[in-house]
Each structure stands twice: as C-alpha cells, then as structure tokens.
Design a protein around this ligand. Structure first.
Ligand code: SAM
Length: 172
C-alpha cells in the first residue's frame, strides 16, 4: 500500500511528478481527449474508483488528498452520463472546465461530498492528514466544511481571484 492516496486525481495538474510512486492516483474517470483547439487532456488514474465507496481497508494511508469537483452541473440538458460516461475515448469536445474538473450533481452534491469526506477519513490512518482543496466559484467553502464533523487545522486561499482554498485536517 502506498503512503498517499489522491481520491480524485483528475489530470494531476498540481503534481511535480505525475508518476510519483508514493501516490496512489484514483479517479472515477479514465479517458483521453483532444479538444477542439487541439489541446490534449487525459485522466489516467492507477485505480478507477468512486470516492464515496473506496476499495481500501480502514486506516490505510498516511495522507489523503481530496480535490473533488466544485462546479455545479448547471447545463440543464446534460445528464450525468453525458458528462462522465461519454468521455471514454479520444474525441473532440468543448466545455473544458467540466471535462477537466468534472461536475457536481445539482441536487445531491451535499450527500456526495459528505460521503466523500467520510470515506477519506475512513481510509486515513489515525493521526494522518487530509489535504482538501476547494474552489468557491459556485459554493462557499463554509458550506462545504459543514459536510464533515472533522475539525480543520489551517487553510489558505490561493490569490484573491483564484477563489481556491487549501485546507489541512488531521484524523483524530
Ligand atoms: C477538481 S478535479 C481534480 C483535479 C486534480 N486535483 C488536478 O490536479 O488536476 C475533480 C476530479 O474528481 C473526479 N471525480 C468526480 N466524482 C468522483 C467520484 N465519485 N469518485 C472519484 N473521482 C471523482 C473527476 O473525474 C475529476 O477528475
């Protein structure tokens, strides 16, 4: 078992080394895509799994990284399958933000993120650390912190306009 789990690694944009052997990279999606402007983007996790129901024993990792989707799926015509299910092969697509970051279901996002936190803390070792990242474009971080009973230690917002918060928890 590796020391660090990234529960939803996406395109591993914030890693110095996208093949870092200390990290188990997980995501629910596995695809590569060529965007209409020619950019290539891929999500290639070590394990394709759901952060609301993870396939690891309790107390497995010294650190868990949790950077879930932060955008609401506000495109009324799109179904979950259209956003997540159709991206399993090379194709041309628009909607770069949704492709890159995924999207929250409009109605039950609280349940999804609450289960995600519960699972992250379940697989985290006692005294292990959870690094949580959130972007406030659609939902305030204060709303998100209500979805876990664990107490955050410290947090940092990365730039006035970036709206992105990094928050550290320790499992008690
Ligand atoms: C904000 S992005 C992660 C970006 C990533 N940290 C990076 O550096 O590029 C959120 C990711 O969560 C994934 N995701 C959405 N629902 C998930 C679920 N239930 N289980 C696992 N991953 C999920 C999406 O596929 C998306 O890649």
């Amino acid at each position: 078992m590796k020391d660090i789990l990234d529960a939803c690694c996406g395109g591993k944009m914030f890693y110095f080394d996208k093949k870092d052997s200390r990290v188990l990279f997980q995501d629910i999606r596995n695809f590569e895509i060529v965007l209409c402007d020619g950019r290539h983007f891929e999500i290639k996790p070590d394990i394709q799994a759901d952060f609301t129901n993870m396939p690891y024993p309790d107390n497995s990792f010294a650190m868990v990284v949790f950077d879930p989707p932060h955008l609401l799926r506000n495109v009324k015509k799109s179904t979950f399958a259209e956003i997540y299910g159709s991206l399993n092969s090379k194709s041309c697509a628009t909607g770069y933000q949704h492709i890159k970051y995924g999207a929250l279901p409009n109605s039950d996002w609280k349940e999804m993120l609450s289960k995600g936190f519960t699972e992250c803390f379940r697989v985290l070792k006692h005294r292990g650390f959870l690094i949580f990242k959130w972007n406030e474009t659609d939902i305030k971080v204060s709303e998100i912190l209500k979805l876990t009973s664990e107490k955050p230690i410290f947090g940092h917002i990365s730039g006035k306009r970036a709206n992105t918060h990094w928050i550290c928890f320790m499992k008690e």
